[in-house]
Design a protein around this ligand. Structure first.
Ligand SMILES: Cc1cc2nc3c(=O)[nH]c(=O)nc-3n(C[C@H](O)[C@H](O)[C@H](O)COP(=O)(O)O)c2cc1C
Length: 181
């Protein structure tokens, strides 16, 4: 089964792993389109994702594609699953709030497919009450969260906050897409 998978990339250090995830999904025969926040571009370039997926990356909430369609509507209709990873603390806050100024949060409002959110951040950030409140609000709304897990953090020690590995994200995304045809 091939799936149409939309990836929304946030501005965290784990963003580099999304290139591998996109590549794996494409190699498995899935169709992939990517949206990135402005901060995600500080961590990894959009050309990488355009090249890996063969589709233009969604970089702005006011983007119009070459065919004249706004991708926040067209890609949302197209997608069978929307994966947000790495979901940073700020991105989680925007998702919980229903913000729409950046393309990744905007797509969370326009997509009607399952939303799979994969948080990644420092352990202190993850355990902060404000972040936990946002996570609880998203869960209450039916959003599925995958991770974070305990493991090596970029700060150099083991703690909760590490993004789940790309293989696990790919497997869950494909399963959710299969249930939303
Ligand atoms: C090197 C570096 C790594 C970062 N990693 C993370 C991270 O893993 N998770 C997180 O929530 N914020 C992280 N931040 C802070 C975010 O980049 C910052 O909050 C940013 O505004 C988030 O962008 P977004 O809301 O578009 O995801 C990091 C900052 C730096 C400088």
């Amino acid at each position: 089964m091939t799936a149409r998978i939309l990836l929304g990339i946030g501005g965290g250090i784990a963003a580099y792993k999304l290139a591998y995830l996109a590549s794996r999904l494409v190699q498995q025969g899935h169709e992939v389109r990517v949206a990135m926040t402005a901060q995600a571009l500080d961590f990894v370039g959009s050309v990488t994702f355009a090249g890996l997926t063969g589709r233009p990356v969604i970089l702005s909430s006011t983007q119009i594609d070459a065919d004249g369609s706004p991708p926040h509507i067209a890609a949302a209709r197209w997608a069978q699953v929307y994966v947000v990873a790495p979901a940073t603390a700020d991105l989680l806050a925007r998702l919980a709030l229903g913000a729409a100024a950046d393309p990744v949060a905007l797509l969370a409002l326009t997509c009607r497919c399952p939303l799979l959110v994969c948080p990644a951040m420092n352990d202190a950030m993850w355990l902060a009450p404000a972040v936990q409140q946002n996570v609880a609000a998203l869960r209450q709304r039916g959003v599925e969260l995958l991770g974070p897990v305990t493991g090596h953090l970029a700060e150099g020690y083991d703690a909760i906050g590490r993004m789940v590995e790309p293989e696990a994200i790919a497997a869950r995304a494909v399963a959710l897409a299969g249930a939303h045809r």
